[in-house]
Design a protein around this ligand. Structure first.
Ligand code: AMP
Ligand code: ZN
Length: 114
């Protein structure tokens, strides 16, 4: 089966602006940012959505969140704060079927979620 968009980005077959990478995780700038800082944090392993995680992925989910905090500290957004969003499925507006977390910052987003 053909690789998905984010698998191609992870392999370097489609260009991206890399922000962070480790054994488990690849993070890059969103092509259509909704805020001054908008980064996508994705596992290198292809998982199509949060619905599809298995017991075996428990460590990976932790690694993704550790990476998010590392990136936030590196960018200096940890003090003012940031939002982490996962869109899972149709009603959430998931458009790319490779698990990813949006890391959004650089603006006061207020209290409303939607
Ligand atoms: P979602 O709607 O949660 O599935 O998020 C998919 C995100 O991927 C959107 O915010 C898009 O702007 C972003 N996106 C799509 N193609 C690319 C690309 N080639 N490089 C970076 N971000 C992308
Ligand atoms: Zn993929």
């Amino acid at each position: 089966m053909e690789d998905c968009l984010f698998c191609k980005i992870i392999k370097g077959e489609i260009p991206s602006t890399k922000v962070y990478e480790d054994e488990y995780v690849y993070a890059f700038k969103d092509i259509e940012p909704v805020a001054p800082i908008h980064i996508l944090v994705v596992p290198k392993k292809h998982i199509s959505s949060l619905n599809e995680i298995k017991e075996d992925d428990e460590v990976l989910i932790g690694k993704i969140h550790m990476a998010i905090v590392k990136i936030a500290k590196e960018l200096g957004i940890d003090k003012d704060g940031y939002r982490v969003i996962n869109n899972c499925g149709k009603n959430a507006g998931q458009t790319v079927l490779h698990l990813h977390f949006h890391l959004i910052a650089g603006v006061n987003m207020g209290e409303k979620l939607i």
